[in-house]
Design a protein around this ligand. Structure first.
Ligand SMILES: C[S@@+](CC[C@H](N)C(=O)[O-])C[C@H]1O[C@@H](n2cnc3c(N)ncnc32)[C@H](O)[C@@H]1O
Length: 244
């Protein structure tokens, strides 16, 4: 595959996910990722105190759900993941089949954005969000310790090939500042950050196995002040500008 071919990257993601589960049980690193993500996203949703009249889009949801009074629309490119949910949409984050200013909160986590054209997806999130709507975004960073002392470290964007779930995945890795600048362009203002897999990424870079290193993610809260330089993953919370 020509790794600069954005369509080939998306098609590979689709083929891979069609053949497997969103989060394989036997992969320790990704089990930790899922646990950290689910806890933090549920906490953010609880903080928002959404009402029953409000609408949340879980974009690239896989099989993951959250507790809330609001109506959740589950969207993914893989119909088999979502067709048991009451409100589901088969679609891509690059072209979301929803109207402008129709959603109160978008959740897009679990590296979904690393598989797609981030500019198109960010434009779409901004388009469908109501003024003051919230975007909860998680992504894998080029500022990860995994790339320390290589030319890739902190690059705005590059393509990384991973062996994951017995498959070859191609992910666009992003620099944190690049994501923030792009979001700002689309009127999304960041008001919260949580970086994770900090010490675990560093220990992995220093030669510890993925399985052993992953366990150190339990120290992520302590490492927040230093996490900019090492963390592999990040959750960003944005609010859409009230344009009035
Ligand atoms: C690792 S799973 C994460 C699932 C879920 N977001 C979670 O946190 O549990 C990645 C998901 O991204 C979905 N995906 C990949 N490309 C997508 C796209 N262009 N639009 C929507 N979903 C996509 C996959 O089908 C898969 O369900």
């Amino acid at each position: 595959m020509d790794t600069n071919d954005i369509k080939a990257v998306e098609n590979t993601a689709k083929e891979n996910y069609k053949k497997s589960e969103p989060w394989p049980d036997d992969d320790v690193w990704h089990s930790y990722t899922y646990k950290i993500l689910h806890k933090h996203i549920q906490d953010y949703i609880d903080e928002l105190q959404l009402k029953s009249t409000q609408v949340v889009l879980n974009a690239g949801c896989g099989k993951t759900t959250y507790k809330t009074c609001a109506t959740i629309i589950y969207m993914d490119i893989i119909e088999e993941y979502i067709n048991l949910f009451e409100n589901y949409l088969v679609g891509s984050v690059e072209k979301i089949p929803l109207q402008d200013c129709s959603v109160d909160c978008v959740i897009c986590v679990g590296s979904v954005i690393n598989y797609v054209d981030i500019q198109k997806a960010t434009a779409e999130f901004s388009r469908i969000l109501k003024p003051n709507g919230i975007l909860i975004l998680e992504f894998e960073r080029s500022n990860s310790a995994e790339f320390l002392f290589t030319k890739k470290y902190a690059k705005a964007v590059f393509m990384q090939k991973y062996q994951y779930n017995n498959q070859t995945h191609y992910l666009w890795m992003y620099d944190e500042r690049f994501v923030l600048q792009l979001a700002e362009f689309y009127k999304l203002c960041c008001n919260k950050k949580y970086r994770f897999h900090s010490i675990s990424s560093l220990l992995f870079r220093l030669g510890l196995s993925e399985k052993k290193a992953a366990k150190y993610s339990k120290f992520d809260n302590w490492f927040q002040p230093f996490s900019y330089f090492f963390a592999h993953n990040e959750i960003l919370i944005f609010e859409k500008d009230d344009l009035s």
